[in-house]
Design a protein around this ligand. Structure first.
Ligand code: MRU
Ligand code: ZN
Length: 209
C-alpha cells in the first residue's frame, strides 16, 4: 500500500508545528487518512520526540487504531480520538498539541464547558464570516481513561472540520485537508493567546485604577 504522499504531507506539518515548539515533552500526536486506503490512516508513533524527523515517525493503522503493517512501533496513546474523527466525519487530517495558552484557556473556561469568540477576524478560519457569527470551542474533562476521553470527545465531532479543547491537556483540531487542519490549529492558538493577553492587560489596568 502506498502512502508516501500522505507521509510527506504529515511530516511537513509536523516540522512546522515543531518550529513553533508545540511538541513539548513528547506531547502531541498527528494523523492523516491514507488516500489509497479509505479505512486506513497514518498516526504518530507513541512517546517520540516529535521535533525529530525519522523513518519511524508514523505508522499505518485501521479505523480502530490497530497497526496494519508489521511494526515494533506503538500508535499514539490518543489514537482513539483520531479514529472517532475519521469514523464520524469526512475529515482527512487531525492534529493534537499541548500549548501553555490552550491549557490555561481550558482551565479558565473549563467550568463553562466552552469558550466563545466573537468580533474576531480569525474566526473566519472556521468559516464564520457573518458580522454576528460566534465560534464556540467545547472544553471536555481530561479523563485519564482514553476510551472515556475519546467517547466524550466524539460527541463534538459533528462536522468535517472543528476543534475541541481537553481541559489542562491540549487541543485537537481536524479538517478536510492537512492545510485546513493546520489553519484551524493556528487560528485557535492565535485566539487563545489574544484572550490571555487581553485578560492579563485588563487586570493590570484595573489594579492601577
Ligand atoms: C508526555 S505527553 C502526554 C501524552 O500522554 C499525550 O497527551 C500526548 O499528547 C502524546 O502521547 P503519544 O502517545 O506520544 O501520542
Ligand atoms: Zn495529548
Amino acid at each position: 500500500m502506498s502512502y508516501q504522499r500522505e507521509w510527506e504531507e504529515l511530516s511537513a506539518i509536523k516540522g512546522e508545528l515543531a518550529e513553533r515548539d508545540w511538541f513539548m515533552g513528547t506531547s502531541g500526536n498527528l494523523a492523516i487518512k491514507a488516500g489509497s486506503a479509505p479505512g486506513a490512516f497514518l498516526v504518530t508513533a507513541s512517546g517520540k520526540d516529535k521535533r525529530k524527523r525519522t523513518a519511524e515517525d508514523f505508522l499505518l493503522v485501521d479505523l480502530d487504531g490497530n497497526p496494519l503493517e508489521e511494526t515494533k512501533l506503538k500508535p499514539s496513546a490518543e489514537t482513539l480520538l483520531h479514529t472517532h474523527i475519521f469514523k464520524r466525519s469526512q475529515a482527512v487530517c487531525s492534529l493534537h498539541v499541548h500549548t501553555v495558552a490552550n491549557n490555561v484557556v481550558s482551565e479558565l473556561y473549563g467550568d463553562q464547558g466552552q469558550i466563545t469568540f466573537k468580533n474576531q477576524e480569525l474566526i473566519k478560519a472556521f468559516g464564520k464570516w457573518g458580522q454576528d457569527d460566534e465560534l464556540i470551542i467545547p472544553i471536555i474533562p481530561n479523563y485519564a481513561d482514553i476510551p472515556t476521553l475519546a467517547s466524550t470527545f466524539s460527541h463534538h465531532v459533528d462536522e468535517d472540520a472543528g476543534a475541541v479543547l481537553i481541559r489542562n491537556h491540549g487541543i485537537t483540531v481536524w479538517g478536510r485537508s492537512g492545510f485546513e487542519a493546520k489553519k484551524l490549529l493556528e487560528a485557535s492558538e492565535f485566539l487563545f493567546q489574544y484572550q490571555l493577553s487581553l485578560l492579563s492587560l485588563k487586570s493590570t489596568v484595573q489594579l492601577q485604577s
